[in-house]
Design a protein around this ligand. Structure first.
Ligand SMILES: [Zn+2]
Length: 324
């Protein structure tokens, strides 16, 4: 199994369905996933700009569109709600998709929304995308502001329900607030190392070590801006260096993939956060290229057992523990 902890597939499903397209996963994504041998992952509900001004209505719009797509594609996709669902998906030769929530800007009070989304199937959430909201503060918010009291209530509720808590996109203060509150392992589903690429979305050495101490996982991101400051060096080899760095600092048990491929997103959405919305990582342009990364790891001397952990074993370990 190859597990990708971050995919914006529901965003593409919603955008394309609203333009009149149908069967988006089959038409635009399935072949690339099969070629890449990526057969499981987290697909997130992300309140994409410019719709972030009205997050509640965008949430409903995404839920409606993804629901129809899921029901129309039961032959190829299984929505996984527990560890054993991944095994069932594999046996049925379907993609095992966990529903994730990237940012909870639509939650403004302790009103049961997180339970409603859990019952809809969500098993993962980050409290913010980049923004400052009622729960926490993202990397683009006030750096002196962290997790709020309501944010604490939501984290506790997520732990009780059995949801993965994701700190990618949290600012420094929110990260440390969440880390000190959490009793389960936390994940940074799609972030790289600040030492190798100084970007606010990447993790400091202290953060990487803290995630390790809590038993969590970091998913390495294939978003060009997070690989290297120098545009010429945004390639698959330098992405693999981020894996080496985490292994060196935290060990083999705490790294996985959270590719965040954006090759299918439109320029308007991308322009709101990417330096160059057309750019992709050389050698790892989309999900079909993942086997190339696996062979680079093997050439670097990672054993088959270690590669298995990076591919899916590490994420499966904590999903078994938390989502069960
Ligand atoms: Zn993201």
């Amino acid at each position: 199994m190859i597990f990708d902890a971050h995919g914006d597939i529901w965003t593409d499903v919603t955008q394309k369905r609203m333009n009149g397209e149908r069967n988006i996963i089959k038409k635009f994504h399935l072949d690339k996933y099969k070629e890449g041998k990526v057969d499981a992952g987290i697909f997130v509900i992300w309140i994409d700009p410019p719709f972030d001004k009205n997050p509640k209505s965008r949430l409903l719009e995404i839920l409606r569109n993804m629901s129809v797509e899921i029901n129309d594609n039961r032959d190829i996709i299984k929505i996984v709600k527990s560890f054993k669902d991944f095994k069932i998906a594999k046996e049925e030769n379907k993609f095992g998709a966990m529903i994730g929530l990237e940012g909870l800007s639509y939650i403004e009070e302790d009103d049961g929304t997180i339970d409603a989304l859990y019952n809809f199937g969500a098993r993962h959430a980050s409290l913010t995308w980049n923004e400052e909201n009622k729960l926490a503060t993202g990397v683009k918010g006030n750096q002196d502001r962290g997790l709020t009291d309501l944010g604490k209530v939501i984290i506790k509720r997520m732990e009780k329900l059995g949801m993965l808590v994701d700190v990618s996109h949290a600012n420094q203060k929110s990260f440390w607030d969440i880390a000190s509150l959490a009793t389960n392992p936390i994940i940074a589903s799609h972030s790289n190392c600040k030492k190798l690429c100084d970007h606010p979305r990447n993790l400091t050495d202290e953060q990487i070590k803290e995630i390790k101490n809590l038993g969590g996982i970091i998913g390495i991101n294939a978003f060009p801006d997070f690989i290297h400051k120098d545009k010429e060096k945004r390639n698959i080899e330098n992405l693999a260096s981020h894996i080496d760095y985490i292994v060196g600092l935290a060990g083999i048990e705490h790294v996985g993939f959270g590719f965040d491929f954006c090759d299918f997103l439109t320029g308007d959405t991308m322009a709101s956060f990417a330096e160059d919305s057309e750019e992709t990582v050389k050698g790892l342009e989309n999900v079909s290229k993942v086997p190339k990364l696996i062979s680079i790891l093997s050439q670097k001397g990672y054993s088959e057992k270690d590669i298995e952990k990076i591919k899916s074993g590490n994420f499966m370990r904590i999903i078994k523990e938390i989502v069960s």
